[in-house]
Design a protein around this ligand. Structure first.
Ligand code: FES
Length: 110
């Protein structure tokens, strides 16, 4: 799968500031609505739309490695997106010398 890497934070301090004191923070990266998630010491980036009925996951909770939708409480694995027979899109994060990058499938951001 070909990925387009998009820088979204300059360094660790910038990354932390994006959370604004929360564990889940909605962002737009190149017009893609994503959710930046901090859970058990790891940072994840997922699509900010539940694959069940499409609502925002901004007020979701994280439990046992899953993000739990606030509407019907389906849980989706933060590493592979699986849950309830559905898949939540997840995006890889890469730390480079000049900052943090998110990987999007080539067609998904335009
Ligand atoms: S809308 Fe998320 S579980 Fe139903």
């Amino acid at each position: 799968m070909k990925l387009r890497w998009v820088k979204f934070a300059d360094d660790q301090a910038h990354l932390e500031s994006l959370f604004m004191g929360k564990n889940c923070k909605a962002l737009k990266i190149n017009s893609t609505a994503v959710l930046l998630v901090k859970h058990q010491g790891e940072i994840h980036l997922v699509k900010n739309r539940c694959p069940h009925q499409g609502i925002t996951l901004e007020n979701a909770k994280c439990e046992d490695g899953k993000i739990v939708c606030p509407w019907h409480h389906y849980g989706f694995d933060l590493k592979n997106g699986r849950g309830a027979g559905l898949y939540l899109d997840i995006y890889p994060i890469e730390k480079r010398e000049d900052g943090f990058y998110a990987g999007f499938e080539y067609f998904s951001i335009f």
